[in-house]
Design a protein around this ligand. Structure first.
Ligand code: ADP
Ligand code: ADP
Length: 232
C-alpha cells in the first residue's frame, strides 16, 4: 500500500534557514496492515503523515501510495487522492468536527463534498465505531473519547483504503485510549483498512501489529534534523 524510499522533506523557514524534517526516510506498509510509527516530538511524525495524506508534498525521494506517485501527481490529482484514498484522524478533533452539528450530520458532511448523501451509510459508520446510539446528539454533548470515535467515523465517510491517525489517543485517558485503539483494530479486521498510527506513546504502539521508530538524529548543522525509520 505504501512504499517510501529516501523520502526528503525540507521546510524553508526564511531566506537563510531550512529544516530537513525527513531525511532519507524509508517505509513500507502492506495492504491491510495496522501499524504504528513512534517517535518523540519533532522527529517528523506529522510531516510524514502529511506527506502520506497528500496534505503537503515531499521535496525529493520516492513515495507511492496505492500505486500513486505522490511526487508526480498534479495538484488536482492530489486533491482527489486526498479525498478518495485517505481518511485522517487527529489528536485534536477541532480540525474536523463541527460541534453544533449532530454526530450523523458530521459524518454526512464529507459525503456531501463528494456529492453523495447517504444517511444509512453514515449511520453504519457510526455503528462501527460504537456510536450508533448517539447519532442524533450534538458533538458538544459527547465526551472526548466519544468525539474521537465520531472523528474516526468521519474519516471513514468516503470509504478510504488508508486511515492515517496522528496521536489519536493523545488527549484521552488510558482507558478511553484502549477503546479508541479497539475501534482501529475492528476497522482493520472487519473492513480490511490499512491503518497507520503515529504516536509518541510507546504503550499504545505495543498493541499494534507492527511498529517502526522514527528518530531524531543529530547532524552537523544545528538546524538540520536527521530522521530515520528502523524496525524495532
Ligand atoms: P512530530 O510530529 O514528530 O512532532 P513534525 O513533523 O511536526 O514532528 O516536525 C519535524 C520537524 O520539522 C520539527 O523540527 C518541526 O519544527 C519542523 N517542521 C514541521 N512542520 C514545519 C513547517 N511547516 N515549517 C517549518 N518547520 C516545520
Ligand atoms: P504533533 O503534536 O502532531 O507533533 P505539531 O504541533 O508538531 O503536531 O504540528 C502540528 C502541525 O503544524 C503539523 O501539520 C506540522 O507540520 C506543523 N508544524 C510543526 N512545526 C512547525 C513549524 N516549526 N512551523 C510551521 N509549522 C509547523
Amino acid at each position: 500500500m505504501i512504499v517510501c524510499k529516501d523520502l526528503i522533506k525540507i521546510y524553508k523557514v526564511d531566506e537563510e534557514n531550512e529544516v530537513m524534517a525527513l531525511q532519507g526516510l524509508d517505509l513500507e506498509v502492506e495492504e491491510g496492515e495496522l501499524m504504528g510509527i513512534i517517535g518523540s516530538s519533532g522527529s517528523g511524525k506529522s510531516t510524514l503523515l502529511n506527506m502520506l495524506g497528500g496534505l503537503d508534498r515531499p521535496t525529493a525521494g520516492k513515495c507511492l501510495v496505492d500505486g500513486k506517485d505522490l511526487l508526480r501527481l498534479q495538484t488536482k490529482e492530489l486533491v482527489s487522492y486526498k479525498l478518495e484514498t485517505v481518511g485522517f484522524v487527529w489528536q485534536n478533533n477541532a480540525r474536523n468536527i463541527i460541534p453544533y452539528l449532530t454526530a450523523i450530520e458530521n459524518v454526512e458532511l464529507p459525503m456531501l463534498l463528494k456529492g453523495r448523501h447517504k444517511r444509512e451509510r453514515a449511520k453504519e459508520f457510526l455503528e462501527l465505531v460504537g456510536m450508533g446510539h448517539r447519532y442524533n446528539n450534538k458533538l458538544t454533548m459527547l465526551s472526548g473519547g466519544e468525539q474521537q470515535r465520531v472523528a474516526i467515523a468521519i474519516a471513514l465517510a468516503n470509504d478510504p483504503k488508508l486511515l492515517l491517525a496522528d496521536e489519536p489517543t493523545g488527549s484521552v485517558d488510558s482507558k478511553t485510549a484502549d477503546v479508541v485503539l479497539g475501534v482501529f483494530r475492528e476497522l482493520n479486521r472487519s473492513l480490511k483498512k490499512t491503518i497507520v498510527i503515529v504516536s509518541h506513546d510507546t504503550e499504545l504502539t505495543k498493541k499494534l501489529d507492527r511498529v517502526v521508530a522514527i528518530r531524531d538524529g543529530k547532524t552537523s548543522s544545528e538546524i538540520l534534523r536527521k530522521t530515520y525509520v528502523e524496525e524495532q
